[in-house]
Design a protein around this ligand. Structure first.
Ligand SMILES: Cc1cc2nc3c(=O)[nH]c(=O)nc-3n(C[C@H](O)[C@H](O)[C@H](O)COP(=O)(O)OP(=O)(O)OC[C@H]3O[C@@H](n4cnc5c(N)ncnc54)[C@H](O)[C@@H]3O)c2cc1C
Length: 480
């Protein structure tokens, strides 16, 4: 199909003002939060499920790949346009369609910003638990596609634990509902299969999500440690004691420096690491748990404990953590964030390995991460304008991912595989494992036109320096 005819077809569906196709305008949509880039033929902004369905059906008839896009905060290249594709940006579909407080659920459109949901149901004493640090920008659709986590997912679980049902547009334009508004419907757990499918099985156009009651009492603690080793040991000790805090987040010396340089929140500048720990529940339980956490941290060498229970004081303690990734800009023009998972008991060992990778590669690495989940986020600081730095940084990231897998961990805790980590999938999965996943994907998207080129190894990617021992072969002429 000629580009002109395609654009006119898209404009007839969504309206002339909602199709971007000039190369200058497309630039704003060629990237997400990762290091990958890709330019679509057009970006469309539908306002309803029917419009999404019509765009997808048009693309399907013409054999054109489509790439769903939320806010573009993804950190694994999931929303990057495949060659010749149409990007479908869901950001105009951002309404809360229903709040059913009695049944503690909400029906929302996919472009709704995560934080807007909690803010809007706060007067009813409710909130939406998964809280990525990007929650002021990222969308529920993106969260569903990535099975996103966040600081408070340690106790309450990640996105998949909070999605009840989804309206999905499949690659031929058909509209289906999967899941059940009230858990327990018969049939396969298709929501479980779909959440985390990285936009490759269909486009979420509505989501029914759980809401939780706001806890009666919350206490936020900051434990200050001379070294990261002690902070890591404290994480294992607290969880090993049987306590399950809502959040346990770690920041190392370099990330504290970034936060203080950029924002000056009063974090302890001489610390080797801080842990932000939150406990919630009924008042008596919270004060008891907070006292136990303090004692355990002190026993592991915490030199100082700060505590806050009042909302604004707690927000101040959190502000540095929530703004940490942005603050890294004070130290370097670019960062490459590695998202590996390790068993909590291996934190210490793998963080030391991260230090070795930093020394060996010559790039500073700041660590700011969900320590309670064992979900590491080493941020490799660099300047992409320096010739040859990007491939070296990606290779250093690969070393860290391998170290995570070697101790029984995984390639991603919450950011997805996308383009970024697909070449590493054979580290974790056999060909048969990957083929099984591919078959599931084909059940939803048989032509492979839905967000092709992600997750499964093979084809061009950022991790090309790494040659997997074996790759899944795509069917002849098929997108994967
Ligand atoms: C500063 C910062 C902090 C972050 N902190 C966290 C964190 O704590 N935890 C965490 O998990 N992540 C975090 N992230 C990563 C990112 O915010 C999440 O992955 C988020 O869910 C992406 O949402 P998005 O709307 O930006 O999606 P995008 O980046 O636009 O897309 C992400 C993926 O979702 C797909 N997609 C988008 N919308 C739909 C839809 N409606 N239907 C189907 N597929 C769709 C895309 O195709 C793509 O594969 C952080 C990112 C940044 C920049």
């Amino acid at each position: 199909m000629k580009k002109k005819r395609l654009i006119e077809g898209l404009q007839r569906i969504v309206g002339k003002g909602y199709v971007i196709h000039h190369p200058d305008d497309l630039l704003a949509y060629e990237y997400d939060g990762s290091v990958d880039r890709g330019t679509a033929t057009a970006v469309v902004f539908p306002s309803s499920t029917v419009q999404v369905s019509q765009v997808v059906a048009l693309a399907h008839r013409e054999g054109i790949p489509v790439v769903p896009r939320g806010a573009g905060t993804g950190l694994s290249g999931g929303a990057i346009a495949a060659e010749g594709s149409i990007q479908i940006a869901l950001t105009r579909m951002r309404s809360i369609l229903e709040v059913d407080a009695a049944n503690r659920l909400a029906v929302v459109e996919p472009g709704l910003v995560n934080l807007d949901l909690s803010t809007s149901v706060a007067p009813q004493g409710l909130y939406y638990a998964p809280d990525p640090s990007s929650q002021g920008a990222c969308t529920i659709g993106g969260n569903v596609a990535e099975n996103s986590g966040g600081p408070h997912c340690l106790r309450y679980g990640v996105t998949t634990n909070h999605v009840l049902a989804l309206e999905v547009v499949l690659e031929d334009g058909s509209i289906v509902w999967i899941g059940d508004r009230y858990r327990g419907g018969p049939g396969y757990d298709l929501v479980g299969a779909f959440v985390g499918s990285e936009g490759m099985m269909g486009i979420v156009t509505k989501a029914v999500v759980r809401l939780l009651p706001r806890p009666e009492s919350v206490s936020t603690l900051m434990a200050v440690f001379p070294e990261m080793d002690q902070a890591s040991a404290a994480v294992s000790r607290v969880i090993g004691s049987g306590l399950l805090p809502t959040a346990m987040e770690m920041m190392d010396r370099l990330s504290i420096k970034a936060v203080e340089t950029a924002m000056g929140y009063g974090y302890p500048q001489n610390a080797g690491a801080v842990l932000l720990i939150e406990v919630d529940g009924i008042e008596e339980e919270v004060s008891e748990s907070a006292a136990s956490v303090k004692a355990l941290c002190r026993a592991e060498g915490a030199s100082e404990m700060r505590a806050a229970t009042e909302a604004s004081a707690r927000a101040r303690l959190w502000a540095g953590r929530k703004g940490a990734l942005g603050a890294l800009g004070a130290l370097a023009p670019n960062y490459y964030l590695v998202d590996g998972v390790v068993p909590r008991t291996q934190l210490l060992q793998v963080l030391r390995r991260v230090g070795e990778v930093s020394q060996g590669s010559g790039f500073p690495i700041a660590n700011v991460f969900h320590a309670g989940d064992g979900n590491l986020h080493p941020c490799i600081l660099f300047d992409e304008r320096q010739a040859g730095h990007t491939p070296r940084v990606l290779a250093a990231g690969g070393e860290i991912l391998k170290a995570c897998v070697e101790v029984g961990g995984a390639l991603t805790g919450e950011h997805g595989v996308g383009l970024e980590k697909k070449a590493y999938m054979p580290l974790l999965f056999t060909n048969a494992d990957l083929e099984a996943m591919l078959r599931l994907r084909r059940a939803f998207a048989p032509s492979g036109l839905m967000n092709p080129g992600k997750v499964f190894p093979g084809g061009p990617s950022c991790g090309e320096g790494f040659r997997p021992a074996s790759v899944v072969k795509a069917d002849q002429g098929m997108w994967v």
